[in-house]
Design a binder for this molecule. Sequence first.
Ligand code: URA
Ligand code: SF4
Length: 252
Amino acid sequence: MTRDERLAALEQIANEVRACSACRLAGGRTRAVPGEGDADTEVIFVGEGPGFNEDREGRPFVGRAGGLLVRLLGSIGWQRDAVFITNVVKCRPPDNRDPEPDEIAACAPYLRRQLEVLDPAVVVTLGRHSMGTFMPGSRIGQVHGTARQADPTTGARDATVLAMYHPAAALRTPALERESYEDIARLPGVLQRSRDRRAGIAAVAAAPSAEPAADAVAPSTGVVAAQAPLGASIQTAEPPAPADVGSQLTLF
Ligand code: URA
Ligand code: SF4
């Protein structure tokens, strides 16, 4: 997919979300919150659901939890508009209650389609409900800060999942906030390893069938990785240059 095709596909999904009434959360929303970010990104953050401020603005993570998310990203030299940010449910649960399983299930096709379009190298889950989609059966206290391969049926064809606490939980508990900084510090390395793995897979896919695939997989050649499309919109070595924030923000 080209960038323009991705932008159009994300806009199409966002328009469907804004018109959606597939679950009871439609009745209580002010604005649906489809998600936003860089259509070329390699990294998608998935939270739980819109809160009070998100519901008013139609944008994800714009309240206090969003402030912490921006600080966490800043601690590794990233800016929020370099990634894509969305939620498992796109409409605010009343009084910020947890989303119900049937609401998560009703909304899941939108997240799956966003993942299919973006084809991220890394999915960062924020909180238990997002973790439940990508690491079912796990316990957040045990898996936060750890990474594993995404199940392709989530829509993330070839991604690594990194689990984190929800920023709102981290705001309530200083120990979780400290651990969140440690967890996000792993993200650049997780991204690099996922890139390397995806480049290896791309090289195998491109290899002539007569060639033994094992040659193409060897991760130490460097040549293979250099040939693979990395879409390196995120710098892992150095912080990105200060951005003209307003002009870079893409809303979906
Ligand atoms: N909490 C979430 O899970 N998502 C948001 O968008 C904001 C707060
Ligand atoms: Fe539709 Fe999702 Fe909103 Fe429910 S939460 S109405 S499924 S967009």
